[in-house]
Design a protein around this ligand. Structure first.
Ligand code: MN
Length: 735
């Protein structure tokens, strides 16, 4: 049956029963009959097809349907659409057929999914096309949000089965997942899906970290469960006496990816991430009484454990932009450990886990045209902006989608919503272009602050202007809103032409001084030497601004032409093409291997041998080597999936690679001497720069140095950690 063998057929039945089980609450016998019919239709259509994993293809839509029902909580129409989502794309069944059998609604959703699939999975996408795809995905949001929800389920299952893909594909898919789908899941409030997607990205881009954290979580689980039991007990007893509703209380462990983020952000080891788990109290109170019930539970908890007054988050009075509602408090346990407690009603909990899908479900029958939230409107504005260039769009999309928001006020008390991290300039441009162009500072809550000042929730902002003020290049590094960014860019572009002209003639003089002929080819070489991706205009501009001077040109003259890294990094296709000329032509061979390809170590992540790496083709004959977990590389691969190359380190003992170590500790006499002794004597290494500052009895700083590989670096970190008074030694990706 369906081209499955006996064992596969058994598996098929198991999965089918699971689907019915997770959907039982919102399906009646009639629905279940329809679901079975759709499953038969899909299984028949995909008959004989297999996935890369070797599994029968039909297992994939079946799993996607299970995710759609269990994780997102969508109903029959969505389950049927999920079962059929690859039918039109991969078999000879048509949309018309689907419409005549399953109706207009299902057909529309499947068509939306097919549109996305044909675009996303097509190999030869140019960057612009790829971004256009993302736009398309988002546009479908306003047509039918279920398309995007099912697409997320589809992506989740593909990520779960990513093992079967070759490395370059894995990186490309991870790039898309971390840049598009995980933020989308976050924005749609699908917390569980977002966490799992992020964990899976980590698993493939940084397997070592993923495994070691997973192991640590496992090792500490026993002790954690015991702690949670002890912590919960008095609360549970008291709640039983106080609350007139049934409730649930349990401990919930954070995802690996979010623990890892925290470790990075705070620079602390696993053991010091204090909120590895949170306690959840879910109260089954009716909507009219839920807020009071949550605050009642709050008072019970804080009577038993002392709360940290600075860590009360009331997401009930002001829900998060993705709809999240809850009370969060951090309290001191009896063993001296901070513990986060989250309090929600059953309704709030459903929204917390299923996000917009839950919202949307409540509104499904009301045919409510206004149910699309503010951010959907914003996305649509973004999509309709004709001048937005494809790459800027991705940045803007992420700011609009992924960032949290703050609420600030004008002097007249008018409320403005801005992304978190917004500065005075963002605010000024949000009100009026002229106000932005001429802004010199602001009064925030009546205190004078500079342009780069970051606003906080509740700030009242009065913009100060001057007629002689105009936008500067550095403003771009201070703003986060797409609107401010594009207005500043427009202004600079207008004044840029003039600067380019002046820079060009200045550069011509500099070339003459170092006796290099001034022509297109040389300027292009210089641009590449400086890492500008052959951008002449930037070279001229930097010359105009004095960033390129005689010293730069002397360095260029002596360095250009030598290819430092070529010897130490070997690309598989170089080796393969010399081994045999009968090699099958695959994705990377079309690069002309006889031309010299220059390799650069990316300065954002500074990989060293031992790190998992990927190559990004940033220009025709220029390859940038990134760590495979580097956010830049992930972003690159989500934009230019076809330009990611598999690269390998080649063994070499004579080469050293630049890396950075951050150190922190208690200041004492001779600490600097100890640090430099270990680095230079014990490891016979070259310190490139040692920059350490001491304040109030503490020191912190960064060491730039050259090492052979990760083992070498780890040894050094271990040695440095042993220094008396040293509290933190950590590798940094860049300065
Ligand atoms: Mn699929």
């Amino acid at each position: 049956m369906y081209g499955l063998n006996e064992q596969e057929l058994k598996m098929f039945q198991v999965k089918y029963r699971e689907l019915l089980k997770v959907a039982r609450h919102f399906t009646d016998p009639k629905d279940r009959k329809k679901i079975r019919y759709a499953l038969d239709f899909a299984a028949e259509a995909h008959k004989g097809m297999r996935r890369r994993t070797g599994e029968p293809f039909i297992f994939h839509p079946l799993e996607v349907a299970i995710i759609v029902a269990r994780e997102i909580g969508l109903g029959t129409t969505s389950i049927i659409s999920a079962l059929l989502h690859d039918v039109v794309e991969d078999t000879d069944r048509t949309i018309e057929e689907i419409e005549s059998i399953f109706g207009k609604k299902v057909a529309t959703i499947v068509e939306g999914l097919t549109k996305i699939a044909t675009l996303v999975d097509h190999q030869e996408l140019t960057t612009t096309q790829q971004i256009e795809t993302y736009k398309k995905i988002l546009l479908t949001l306003s047509e039918d949000i279920r398309v995007v929800l099912i697409k997320l389920a589809d992506r989740l299952h593909n990520m779960r089965t990513l093992d079967a893909m070759p490395l370059e594909k894995q990186i490309k898919i991870c790039g898309e997942t971390s840049n598009i789908y995980a933020p989308l899941a976050h924005r749609l409030g699908l917390y569980n899906i977002k966490s799992e997607l992020e964990d899976l990205v980590l698993k493939y881009t940084d397997p070592e970290v993923y495994q070691s954290l997973g192991k640590k979580l496992q090792e500490t689980e026993e002790a954690r469960s015991q702690f949670i039991r002890d912590f919960i007990k008095p609360i549970e007893e008291k709640l039983k006496q106080t609350l007139p509703y049934s409730f649930e209380i349990y401990g919930r462990t954070k995802s690996i990816a979010s623990i890892w983020n925290k470790m990075n952000k705070k620079g602390v080891p696993f053991e010091e991430v204090y909120d590895i788990f949170a306690i959840r109290i879910i109260i089954d109170a009716p909507p009219a009484e839920e807020v009071a019930a949550c605050w009642l539970a709050y008072s019970v908890v804080t009577k038993i454990y002392t709360p940290n007054p600075e860590r009360l988050r009331d997401w009930i009075s002001v829900p998060k932009p993705n709809g999240y509602e809850a009370l969060h408090i951090t309290v001191m346990s009896h063993t001296g450990k901070w513990v986060e407690v989250q309090i929600r009603s059953t309704r709030m909990n459903e929204i917390a886990e299923r996000g917009y899908a839950a919202h949307w479900k409540y509104k499904e029958n009301q045919n409510d045209e206004n149910s699309l939230d503010n951010w959907l409107i914003k996305i649509n504005e973004l999509l309709k902006k004709p001048e937005s260039n494809a790459l800027d769009f991705l940045d803007e999309f992420q700011i609009t989608i992924a960032s949290e928001e703050i609420y600030v006020f004008t002097p007249k008390g008018e409320l403005k919503t801005l992304p978190k991290g917004s500065t005075v300039i963002d605010f000024a441009y949000a009100i009026h272009t002229d106000l932005g162009h001429h802004c010199i500072g602001a009064k925030v809550n009546h205190h004078l602050v500079p342009l780069s000042f970051q606003l906080k929730n509740g700030d009242q902002v009065e913009i100060l202007t001057s007629d002689s003020q105009h936008p500067h290049e550095e403003w771009l590094s201070w703003v986060v809103t797409p609107k401010a960014r594009s207005l500043i860019k427009q202004y600079l572009k207008d004044s840029r032409k003039n600067q380019i002209e002046q820079g060009k003639s200045k550069l011509e003089k500099l070339f003459a001084e170092v006796r290099i002929p001034f022509n297109e080819g040389q300027v292009q070489k210089l641009a590449r030497y400086l890492g500008y991706d052959a951008d002449h205009q930037q070279v001229y501009l930097d010359t105009f601004q004095g960033k390129i001077d005689q010293r730069t040109l002397k360095g260029f003259a002596s360095a250009y032409g030598k290819n430092k890294w070529l010897k130490y990094i070997r690309m598989p296709f170089l080796k393969r093409s010399s081994q045999t000329s009968r090699q099958k032509k695959d994705e990377w061979v079309d690069l002309d291997t006889t031309t010299e390809i220059s390799y650069v170590i990316a300065s954002c992540c500074n990989p060293i041998p031992g790190d998992p790496i990927v190559g990004c083709v940033i220009a025709q004959n220029r390859l940038e080597i990134h760590r495979s977990n580097c956010p830049q590389a992930l972003k690159f691969s989500s934009q230019y999936g076809d330009r990611v190359r598999k690269v390998k380190w080649q063994k070499s003992d004579s080469v050293e690679f630049k890396t950075f170590i951050a150190v922190e500790g208690i200041d004492r006499k001779g600490i600097l001497r100890d640090i430099s002794r270990i680095i230079s004597e014990e490891n016979n290494l070259n310190i490139r720069a040692l920059n350490i500052e001491a304040t109030e009895g503490k020191f912190s700083g960064v060491i730039s140095l050259y090492v052979h590989d990760t083992k070498h670096l780890q040894h050094l970190i271990d040695e440095l950690s042993k220094i008396e008074g040293m509290m933190l030694v950590k590798r940094m990706n860049s300065l």
